[in-house]
Design a protein around this ligand. Sequence first.
Ligand SMILES: *Cc1c(COP(=O)(O)O)cnc(C)c1O
Length: 801
Amino acid sequence: MPTISNASFMTSVEQELNQYCQERFIAPEQLSNTQWFQFIAKCSQSTILQNFPTNPPLVNTRRVNYLSMEFLIGRLLGNNLMSLSVYQDVDNFVAKYGKNLVDILEEERDPSLGNGGLGRLAACYLDSMASLSQPAIGYGLHYQYGLFKQHFNESGEQLETGDSWNRDFYLQQYHRPDFQQKVGFGGTVAQITDDQYDWQPAWTIQGEAFDLPVVGYKGVQQPLRLWQGYSETSFDLAQFNDGQYLQAESHVIDAAKLTKVLYPNDNHQEGKALRLMQQYFHCACSIADLLRQHLAQGRTLMELPEFEVVQLNDTHPALAIPELMRILLDQHHLSWEQAWAISSKTFAYTNHTLLPEALEQWEDGLVAQLLPRHMLIIERIDRELLAKVRAEFNDEEFEQAWRETAILMDHRVRMANLCVVGSFAVNGVAQIHSELVVSDLFPSYARLFKGRFHNVTNGVTPRRWIRQANPPLARLLDNHIDGDWTKDLALLSQLENLVDDPHFQTAYQEIKQSNKQVLADVIEQEIGLKVNCNAIFDVQIKRFHEYKRQHLNLLNIIATYLDLKANPQKDFVPRLFIFAGKAAPGYFMAKQIIQAINGVAKVINNDPDMQGKLQVAFLPDYRVSLAEKIIPAADVSEQISLAGKEASGTGNMKLALNGAITLGTLDGANVEIAEFAGKENVVIFGHTVESVRQLREQGYVPRSYYEQDEQLRNAIDALANGMFSDGDTQRFSALVDNLLNSDYFCVLADFASYREAQQEIAERYKDQAAWSRSAMLNTARLGTFSSDRSIRDYQTRIWKK
Ligand SMILES: *Cc1c(COP(=O)(O)O)cnc(C)c1O
């Protein structure tokens, strides 16, 4: 890529500053932070555009078309300045006018175009692909409203408001009218030949492309292309001959609204027609765009899999498979066999969950109405599969194998099945998860499609999660590591030799302490709580979901509080529990847990006996920019999902790399973090996948734990009897009932073990030297969790030619 010299960048900044100020008749000293932000964003954008887009040649590699309904990219300006290597120059420049770049960058609104880990992973992968010069394009949706903003009311309930991130024209994007697409819905199909049909859609929607440049660190720049829906007319529901599926939600079937909102569910399918339409719109625009580019370069359709790979981020873009088939069959008149030969070598699918409620299934009637031609293609794929399954399995095995592998079953279209059948590679996102995908979810597929299943453990980009989020740590690493760790995170292993060096130890400890101070200021600003910076900063930040078990954390906090009240003289290591995370607006139990944490926080933080000892800070509106502030200050990383439920986790990696000790179950990537960091540098507790299985087989009775464990009983009773709800004994009754009578995620079964692990954390923290040594070793040994390594794994295991 043509590189930008710092000097020429700064010259243009200076020129533009003069012009910007002259137009407004003000002196640079008078510019507000907002104006500084707009002005620097403009300079950065024009520099990027001059060098954009670059099209790296495809040498021994395929271009990656990364299809994802979510990209949780976070603020871009600071990241882009860093990638352009001008961050320091700009910082010095604004300092001349009495400004601080960090404050200016705070003006940017996070584009929250994702829910949680899945969307953030897509963002880290785009950053890594651009940094490694892996030719790639990200395809997503240009939601007008990103994930809702979270607030809390007086009684601690979550309230949601819209996040119109784009309202004032977000400066870092540009419209590409030349890449417009048309997408059809509904209508009729007529058969032309055996393989070819004529589909006459009832309506079409226009897709407009908006590009956000992804600027690689010393790499290339390539687009994240986001599609937005436009239409002059609303859908006329009468055009459906049988509109029963859509009538129920007819008020939302409005073409202009197609890409208005991001569905706020994480690991849960809502099954709304509008969501299915978003999915198809995303796939249709993206597949048409990638074919346009492929053919424009003079390449043939048969060559498609040689030059392009489509990576499906979960099943949300599964319709890309029948969409490519449709175009090859109906528009290019290929035979089924030819089309399938191309399509089945083009797609690769990443599975992100085993949770049944998150595995997407659509009613076949709904799919047939909205996408009649695609339904025929899916039926054909299913028929061809049936023949394969009959051939592979004997009569005794067949029924079970077909129940598991069929795409169409019980009037549902099972999207994960469509993806496995239609892809040449399927991967899980952590070692244990990839094993469970084969053993629990798809054993028959593993037998049918040998060699199709892989593991690619997730990773996080060190540019954002170390260099940008933790500048003091980045400087320490710059000073002690030979080579550019930002580009090769394995170099962190050089720190192994320094963990016993007293100067290095002191420097590392001072960084953590100063980061805690910075976060303390943020906490005071945000929620008005003054915290003790000598307390253990114990952090659980992630979406709220019962499987993630924030309520296990909460029960320990309550038990600790009751214990301290009963034994005020007790030797106790001060602790600050920090929470952040949103619940899906329709997820009642998760919202109860949020309210309960807020209720407990209020009582504890206002109890004079707890001052400086025990505190709870729940920061509202968790998002990437807030994560960047919390993570560098964390001492303890809570990764306490029920074993077998968290596919990988990536928050665990960010926290551990920044020197937090993992307190976790043997789930997802925690297993690999423990292996790499060393067992002695993490604290593991709780049931394992295997022991959970046994527990369920015996018949799990949560109430028996309640009856036998006095501390647990007192904690639950305190929630039930109104201690944390102003005497209201009903407020948390759903949560309490759920724990005592069903507790699907085995909170009560892991309570005692978790409490012991928490004691161990406190004991270890007393020995500050040993604690810091463990923290340093976490940083030193976890370089493998860079998303650069994940991308290299994809390159060698999956995307290779
Ligand atoms: C990393 C990240 C996540 C994922 O966190 P997990 O703990 O892996 O669930 C979610 N949201 C944001 C904003 C993140 O930065």
